[in-house]
Design a protein around this ligand. Structure first.
Ligand code: NAD
Ligand code: UDP
Length: 343
């Protein structure tokens, strides 16, 4: 398989043999930044069950210790409270770099900190990869395509991003993170992988993180109207978290650089999503139409031809099925919180 950036696999394999003889190993010491967050914690679960040692590094801005509480007594798991904008030293074979707030509400809260997390955080992790010879996977995003003029989005599309808008701290932050990853690869031969993740959902999302699936599910359970921004005809494509984690691990193990899109191509309008959640919960809550948010992309759907052909990956869980465990998880957490507040 030819690497998409033009480097042959042979050349990479030769380089790795000379410079990173510790890799690839069956049982690796893996650093997961953002490991106490939504996707990161599911990734920690997967890596532990694959037999790896995991260092979960997180500053707990949006992540929670409770997401990894079940792993704390595992001798192969270690939690480290640390901010990736500061250098971190450890001897590791692999780095999955996920630290960054992902919900628009969270990343806009302190836009400069979001930028620093993507810029300084990614630079620190690439530096660590350079010193240790670890392979590093960067969690990038479909937001690098901005409000896309190409539909569905292939990896070749350069995007339509506002460089000075309220979403730019996240979009441009991830774009510079990708640039840094490829420059460390070209200049210092750091072994990189870049995954462009499309909207992902599932258990352990923060109940009030402002993202659409978590908002709608939380609102239905609390008996509130569903907030629709704009006319609700904008589209997104939602991937269940276990499918996503599988794609990410496959990319890591493939030795390819990417970038590779990972997402579920099933495309829904926000009204269709709201209707599905109302139907699954048997709720009759109304939809409350509110003004659109600035720079809100109108369409988003991944072209996953590369993931299919290069990784043999495609998502298996349809939206209707994936919503059920998420609704159960949210119901459990919201009812527990209500019970605690009353007793
Ligand atoms: P999340 O907010 O649940 O997880 C992010 C984690 O990073 C949190 O645990 C947070 O505390 C931690 N973090 C943030 N800033 C940090 C810092 N400076 N130092 C250390 N830790 C820090 O979000 P998520 O949905 O799990 O997203 C994880 C990654 O995947 C992010 O990089 C995000 O950009 C990317 N991504 C997610 C989606 C999605 O739909 N969920 C889509 C595209 C890309
Ligand atoms: N959205 C909505 N109601 C909500 C939250 C979000 O209609 O309560 C819309 C939002 O305007 C956007 C889409 O849902 O068009 C997806 O928003 P989200 O924040 O989940 O992700 P992103 O915009 O980053 O894809």
């Amino acid at each position: 398989v030819q690497n998409p950036d033009g480097h042959g696999q042979d050349r990479l394999a030769r380089w790795r043999q000379e410079h990173a003889p510790n890799r690839p190993k069956k049982h690796m010491r893996v650093l997961v930044t953002g490991g106490a967050g939504f996707i990161g914690s599911h990734l920690c679960d997967r890596l532990i069950s694959d037999g790896h040692e995991v260092i979960c590094l997180d500053n707990l801005f949006t992540g929670k210790k409770s997401n990894v509480a079940h792993l704390m007594s595992n001798p192969n798991f270690e939690f480290v409270r640390h901010d990736v904008t500061q250098p971190y030293e450890a001897e590791v074979d692999a780095i999955y770099h996920f630290a960054c707030p992902a919900s628009p509400v969270h990343y806009k809260y302190n836009a400069i900190k979001t930028l620093k997390t993507s810029m300084l955080g990614t630079m620190n992790m690439l530096g660590l990869a350079k010193r240790t010879g670890a392979r590093i996977l960067l969690a990038s995003t479909s937001e690098v395509y901005g409000d896309p003029l190409q539909h569905p989005q292939t990896e070749e599309y350069w995007g339509n991003v506002n460089p000075i808008g309220v979403r730019s701290c996240y979009d441009e932050g991830k774009r510079i993170a990708e640039t840094m990853a490829f420059d460390y690869h070209r200049q210092h031969h750091v072994d990189i992988a870049v995954v462009r993740i499309f909207n992902t959902y599932g258990p352990r999302m923060v109940e009030n993180d402002g993202r659409v699936v978590s908002n709608f599910v939380g609102q239905v359970i609390r008996g509130e109207p569903l907030t629709i921004y704009g006319d609700g005809k904008q589209t997104r494509s939602f991937c269940y978290v276990s499918d996503l984690v599988d794609g990410i691990v496959r990319l890591f193990e493939s030795g390819l650089t990417g970038p590779i899109n990972c997402g579920n191509p099933g495309e829904f309008t926000m009204i269709e999503l709201a209707e599905m959640i109302l139907e699954l919960t048997g709720s009759k809550q109304p939809m409350n139409f509110l003004p659109a948010t600035p720079d809100d992309p109108m369409k988003r759907q991944p072209d996953i031809t590369k993931a299919k052909t290069l990784l043999g990956w495609e998502p298996k869980v349809p939206l209707r099925e994936g919503l059920k465990p998420m609704i159960d998880d949210f119901r459990h957490r919201i009812e527990n919180a209500l019970y605690k507040s009353r007793h």
